[in-house]
Design a protein around this ligand. Structure first.
Ligand code: FIX
Ligand code: ZN
Length: 430
């Protein structure tokens, strides 16, 4: 007779309901945003005007606006917001993902969008108590913590770090180092001015000083990982300053401090500089450099999100080969329902639960609400299909197991990847 095994009792609640419940009740650790701890004051963007002048919407408004770019940039934030509201919400239906996001957000906050009344919406925001508002928004978004993007090269945020402040416990930090790696000529001078004994030539002494700089700022920020966005052409090894700084300073620093290094390849900055922040584009990345990094530095953990849709399959295959590679998020132009759906399905099919399907990239506090509502909806749909296919084999997934799996996707797996547990004693000496 076949041995009897214990199976979870058949749950009669429909799978879609069980998945929806796990998705709705599991808090997210949002691993990449551009939000700031409230202690940074006005750097934490919030409210309807900031929601409307979001660079995603600026790019879309310029599809219709016929005025010269400079005429728009001369306007105050309030006036820019009014123009965008007029063009994208009143002159035509707000069907794009970024437009719908504004409405999802307002509706979730209890604002009646049917009135289409910008004055009334502004009134609602200015009546909020700013301190309570932050936690309320995080709670409404179902987000437990957000990770900031903190750059010592940013003249607005650096003084706040240098002065010191009491940290909000839901705001974590990642150390962003784009200028260091991508504009060494300039950042060398900046580091010199800050007292680091660096020279334009990447000598061992200079690399040591760059490591000292990274150590000082990792400690100051209590950063969980380092980050850089990269042009599509980035490769490794290479004679570029970026590649040499990564090898000689960033990787040793990350290995020493146990912090992952997050790489974000595929952005082409300033494709149309007249659009300012809205003017960046995308290009297909060469992923051999990433392969070489994962291979050459197995003790260093690399978290990666690539901007081009066409890179996603190769990236999944790469992650199957290197356990020190963790894929995360549907970045920027990929953060739309159809692309989140396709990427999440492919990643689950190829990587199981060993990746992080989404980060919000929110720049304005309240965007957390729509970015996570929309993503939860799509991830939920993909998971229903996934578990449905699984259960058609006879395997049953309990509610506890569903919660466990969703928890892994919503930050648990990234936390595990970031702080790997030592191998069990029995396996250590194999
Ligand atoms: O480099 C980044 O972290 C990008 O996310 C930003 O530069 C970009 O402007 C953005 O907001 C995308 O969502
Ligand atoms: Zn970002």
């Amino acid at each position: 007779m076949a041995p009897q095994t214990r199976r979870p009792a058949r749950n009669t609640t429909p799978l879609a309901t069980r998945v929806a419940k796990a998705i709705a009740t599991t808090p997210v650790q949002d691993i990449h945003t551009h939000l700031y701890d409230p202690a940074f004051g006005e750097l934490l963007l919030s409210g309807i005007d900031d929601l409307l002048v979001y660079h995603y919407l600026v790019a879309e408004a310029f599809r219709y606006l016929t005025v010269p770019f400079e005429a728009f940039w001369r306007l105050s934030k309030r006036e820019q917001a009014e123009w965008i509201w007029q063009e994208l919400f009143l002159e035509r239906s707000p069907v794009s993902e970024a437009c719908r996001g504004v409405l999802t957000t307002l509706e979730a906050l209890g604002i009646d969008v049917r009135r289409r009344d910008l004055r009334q919406i502004r009134g609602w925001f200015s009546a909020q108590d700013p301190r309570r508002h932050v936690d309320r928004v995080l709670d409404l978004a179902g987000v437990s913590t957000v990770c900031m993007t903190n750059s010592p090269f940013d003249d607005l945020e650096r003084p706040v770090w240098e002065r010191g402040f009491r940290r909000h416990d839901r705001f974590k930090s990642a150390l962003r180092i784009d200028p260091l790696l991508l504009d060494w000529k300039k950042s060398c001078k900046t580091l010199q001015a800050w007292g680091y004994k660096v020279s334009p030539a990447l000598t061992p002494r200079t690399l040591g000083e760059v490591r000292r700089f990274l150590g000082d700022w990792s400690r100051r920020l209590e950063s969980g990982f380092l980050m850089v966005s990269l042009p599509p052409e980035f490769t490794f090894p290479d004679q570029t300053e970026a590649a040499r700084l990564i090898e000689g300073a960033v990787v040793p620093h990350c290995t020493e401090t146990g912090q992952p290094f997050a790489l974000m390849p595929g952005v082409r900055r300033g494709v149309n500089p007249r659009l300012r922040m809205a003017g960046d584009g995308v290009g297909l990345s060469r992923l051999e450099g990433l392969r070489n990094l994962c291979d050459a530095f197995p003790e260093t953990r690399f978290a990666v999100t690539a901007l081009a849709r066409e890179n996603q399959h190769e990236l999944c295959v790469l992650a199957r080969k290197f356990r020190n590679l963790h894929l995360f998020g549907c970045w920027w132009f990929l953060n739309t329902p159809s692309l989140i759906g396709e990427m999440t399905q492919m990643r689950t099919e190829l990587l199981g639960l060993s990746y992080t399907p989404q980060h919000s990239d929110a720049r304005v506090l309240e965007q957390l609400i729509y970015k996570w509502r929309h993503s939860r909806e799509v991830i939920g749909r993909v998971l229903v299909q996934t578990y449905d296919a699984l259960e058609s084999t006879g395997w049953r997934v309990s509610e506890g197991e569903l919660r466990r799996d969703v928890g892994a996707l919503f930050g648990g797996e990234f936390a595990r990847f970031s702080t790997p547990a030592p191998a069990p004693a029995a396996m250590r000496h194999r």
